[in-house]
Design a protein around this ligand. Structure first.
Ligand code: HEC
Ligand code: HEC
Ligand code: HEC
Length: 215
């Protein structure tokens, strides 16, 4: 899809959005969400009191949450259920290698420090590179990455936080990764007799429409 169509969609969605932050956190009584006459309004902590001590950001709710996490200012509990395993994955996925914009680096780590695998797999995304037909148009409609970005994570106006890697560099990284996977597939196939997982490394580029039917 064209850049112009994306920018038009974005402009329309920005104009129609209700709350625009303008350098300060609205008081709860004025945020258009809380009932100013409700009894809780005097008890709840004001966003400005809670958020102003965290690393700032010009967009969204004005907190740079990744900086807050990395600097240790906040330490989110990995799980409410202590028995449950804390699953993290340090694996970047590169998307949009040949578009008009810089390529997108999706960092699994920055996500799995807050989220469980099941927040995304398999409802939002199949855990398979290239299998989800990810597109900016759908993201702007609030699907895919847009389920969270623009809602609970930094907004879609921050193009360069996603489109962060120059195309030729992303292309090289992916080419190396695919070569590595092909080597492993070939090596694993010959060493382990009758290897059950031989097909796993096989297709470097899975079909685009592997999502199957609706859930
Ligand atoms: C939350 C992450 C995220 C943000 C923020 C984001 N994009 Fe994207 N964008 C993506 C992903 C993911 C794709 C699809 C990658 C693919 O084609 O496989 C994409 C694809 C695109 C494409 C189509 C492919 C291309 O490069 O021509 C355009 C154009 C685009 N984005 C423009 C923008 C613009 C302009 C902004 C800011 C106003 C923006 N994006 C913000 C994640 C994002
Ligand atoms: C915030 C969403 C999100 C979370 C949380 C998440 N993933 Fe993913 N995962 C993705 C996306 C997006 C892709 C790429 C899909 C594509 O290219 O179409 C992906 C791809 C994968 C792949 C395929 C990698 C490859 O090279 O083919 C695996 C395996 C995977 N994820 C495992 C996990 C595991 C294990 C966890 C939890 C520790 C996890 N993911 C958490 C979004 C997520
Ligand atoms: C289930 C919710 C969810 C989905 C889906 C999701 N994200 Fe995120 N993402 C987050 C949260 C939460 C953060 C951390 C808070 C923040 O930065 O606003 C984050 C942070 C990021 C960061 C910042 C990493 C850093 O080191 O600064 C990038 C880049 C990003 N997401 C890209 C994507 C892309 C691209 C997709 C789609 C392929 C996507 N996200 C889908 C929730 C999500």
């Amino acid at each position: 899809m064209s850049l112009r169509r994306i920018l038009t969609t974005l402009a329309v969605s920005l104009l129609s959005s209700a709350t625009a932050w303008s350098g300060e956190w609205a008081k709860l009584s004025e945020d258009g969400v809380h009932d100013p006459r409700g009894p809780a309004i005097g008890l709840l902590q004001q966003p400005g009191d809670a958020l102003s001590n965290l690393p700032g950001d010009g967009a969204g709710n004005q907190v740079h949450w990744i900086k807050a996490l990395r600097s240790g200012v906040i330490r989110p509990r990995p799980n409410i259920d202590p028995a449950r395993e804390d699953r993290r994955l340090d694996k970047d996925i590169y998307l949009d290698l040949y578009g008009s914009m810089p390529s997108v680096r999706f960092p699994h780590l920055a996500h799995t420090e807050w989220l469980d695998c099941t927040n995304c797999h398999d409802q939002l995304f199949l855990p398979k590179r290239g299998a989800n037909g990810i597109s900016m148009f759908l993201i702007l409609q609030g699907q895919q990455c847009g389920v969270c970005h623009g809602a609970v994570a930094f907004p879609l106006t921050e193009c360069s936080r996603c489109h962060s890697v120059r195309n030729h560099i992303a292309q090289r990284i992916v080419a190396e990764l695919e070569a590595e996977e092909a080597r492993k597939a070939a090596g694993g196939g010959s060493k382990e007799a009758g290897s059950a997982d031989a097909p796993r490394g096989a297709p470097a580029k899975p079909p685009k429409d592997a999502r199957g039917g609706a859930r």
